[in-house]
Design a protein around this ligand. Structure first.
Ligand SMILES: [Fe+2]
Length: 265
């Protein structure tokens, strides 16, 4: 079984490069499950229901987010329109599971691929150098206790490489893949951990790389040089789609290969 996980779509340049590549990559690698992090897909800040629908149209099965999930208020109604047991698109847009209890949306989705394989996608957010949330490690334990599927993909949306590596080792042998998002810089450490979990600290963004992690570089430089506040805008130049392709045994959920993908225009 082949799983394609596409890193954080950033702004219109990110949406364009994903639109260009997602179809042929899915086809060439016989992808059974496609998961995309969309937390910066709307101009770099959050995601709208319309953009979520657009990414589903391109072939995504499940969308994940992170700290920017609440940036577009219209997404809240969309998330609230889903029911726990539903399989509609709104139910397949996740926000981190370790947010405060009772917030809109869900942090886990359990589904079945077209070929009949049960899977789960789990979205978690880190706590190091990020706004506070519940403990993602114990949240993972609690959620995994209820998941029946063998094929389980975790999007760990976190800043610190240490926290991400810790999550990889903590879940090794219990999930198919722990893939990092949020820093927007792909790391060259993709590997299969001894217990059979595919791991990459950060998949990297799908967005404009002539930028400072997606934002127009002059605006970020101005802030670093002056400390003055300013409005950030999504950059456009040099878009790349970054993704990880994970192969696994559908019966056991054990990963057998992970490949880093980076595609330009
Ligand atoms: Fe983020």
């Amino acid at each position: 079984m082949n799983i394609l996980f596409i890193g954080d779509i950033f702004g219109s340049a990110g949406r364009r490069i994903v639109r260009e590549h997602i179809g042929h990559v899915r086809k060439a690698h016989g992808v059974d499950l496609t998961v995309v992090n969309v937390e910066n897909a709307a101009g770099g800040f959050g995601v709208t229901p319309q953009i979520a629908e657009e990414i589903f149209e391109l072939g995504a099965d499940v969308l994940t987010t992170g700290n920017h999930v609440w940036d577009k208020r219209e997404l809240i109604d969309y998330l609230n329109s889903a029911t726990a047991e539903g399989r509609e698109r709104a139910r397949r847009v996740l926000r981190p599971a370790n947010f405060a209890p009772g917030l809109p949306g869900y942090g886990v989705y359990e589904g079945t691929t077209e070929s009949g394989v049960d899977y789960a996608v789990l979205n978690l957010q880190g706590r190091v150098f990020m706004s506070s949330t519940d403990d993602p490690f114990h949240a993972a334990d609690a959620l995994l206790a209820d998941i029946k599927a063998k094929v389980i993909l975790v999007d760990f949306h976190a800043e610190a490489t240490s926290e991400k590596a810790a999550m990889g080792w903590y879940l090794d042998g219990r999930v198919t893949a722990v893939l990092g998002t949020h820093t927007h810089v792909p790391t060259a450490d993709e590997r299969i951990l001894p217990g059979g979990t595919a791991y990459q600290t950060d998949v990297g963004m799908s967005g404009p790389y002539d930028s400072i992690i997606g934002v127009e570089k002059d605006l970020v430089l101005h802030k670093f040089l002056t400390g003055m506040p300013g409005k950030f805008e999504a950059a456009k130049g040099n878009p790349k789609m970054c993704a990880a392709l994970v192969a696994c045994d559908a019966a056991t959920g054990r990963a057998t290969a992970i490949q880093r993908i980076q595609l330009s225009e």
